[in-house]
Write a protein that binds this ligand. Structure first.
Ligand code: GUN
Length: 298
């Protein structure tokens, strides 16, 4: 049985982090500029704590200035906005990321819109989303950026004319990845929970991006033979082994039924070990991009 090429996020992310570290060293040496990233975590969501720690560690390892602000879940909207404004004004900080989701009672949209668009390394501010949609220079959300790097590494730089189907329409992934595919001259379909005959739509895809957040929803027979599959899902589910499940053990799976997909796809990203690892590397890259733009370095 044919077996898809596995697109290794670990190797790709390591390479990108090394490139970013080299660029940070050069910016320091030639321009006296040290890119700085501030990450804000409100509350104690366990998954968010893991992500935030990883962002802090990797930014330090790349030679950046790094700040992590941990605030209690009861933090008021006014206090959170005051911190964002303080970071907007801090010349040592070039990138600001407020980890989502925020605890109940806090207005995520208002927080994101308060971030200076020039420091919005998550690419979530309407100014950056609008600039991306209009093909202007923008800060681009990290996970979609990671998806495009993995696609180009697999298929080459010329994606023109390929049929791309994005399953999911979130602001964080679905919409921006569709914009990036369109900018690369793909023919793009955005599918979602109300799409009719989703399997048939997926089967048209040369490039299938799964970003729905539903464990193993996309089955092997939804995939066109030879297609490139980018699985953005990170879902925690109980083990299928009843003994392990009874012990409360869980594992990570993507939005794609991986084993089935391996037999059909031409190439596929695994979960874990795929797109997820690229997100932090792209965050570091965005911080360097923001620092250079703020400092007026081309
Ligand atoms: N939570 C999960 N993914 C992300 C992300 O890319 N950015 C932010 N800010 N929060 C997240």
């Amino acid at each position: 049985m044919p077996q898809a090429q596995i697109i290794d996020g670990k190797v790709t992310a390591e390479r990108l982090r090394a490139e970013v570290a080299a660029e940070v060293a050069e910016l320091k040496a030639r321009h006296g500029l040290q890119p700085g990233l501030a990450v804000v975590l409100v509350g104690e969501d366990p998954a968010s704590q893991v992500y935030v720690r990883s962002k802090g560690e990797h930014s330090l390892a790349a030679g950046m200035h790094s700040q992590t602000h941990r605030l209690p879940a009861e933090t008021s909207q006014a206090d959170l906005l005051a911190l964002v404004r303080q970071l907007n004004a801090d010349p040592k900080i070039h990138g600001i990321l407020v980890q989502l989701p925020l605890p109940k009672g806090l207005d995520e949209k208002a927080v994101i819109e308060t971030i200076d668009p020039a420091k919005d390394v998550d690419g979530l501010h309407v100014v950056n989303a609008g600039r991306l949609a209009q093909g202007l220079p923008a800060l681009i959300p990290c996970t979609p950026l990671g998806c495009m790097i993995m696609l180009r590494q697999t298929l080459g730089d010329d994606l023109a004319g390929k049929r791309a189907v994005v399953v999911g329409r979130s602001v964080l992934v679905g919409k921006p990845v569709a914009q990036l595919l369109l900018a690369a001259d793909c023919t793009v379909t955005i599918a979602h929970s109300r799409t009719r005959d989703l399997p048939a739509v997926c089967r048209e895809a040369d490039i299938l991006v799964a970003a729905v957040g539903r464990p193993q929803m996309i089955k092997g027979d939804w995939i066109k033979p030879g297609a490139t599959v980018i699985d953005v899902g990170i879902n925690r589910v109980p083990f299928s082994d009843p003994v392990k499940a009874a012990q409360g053990k869980t594992k990570l799976v993507g939005d794609v039924a991986y084993k089935e997909a391996l037999a059909v796809a031409g190439a596929i990203t695994p979960v874990p070990g795929g797109v997820g690892l690229m997100t932090v590397a792209c965050l570091l890259q965005n911080t360097v991009t923001a620092a250079k733009r703020i400092a007026g370095i081309a």
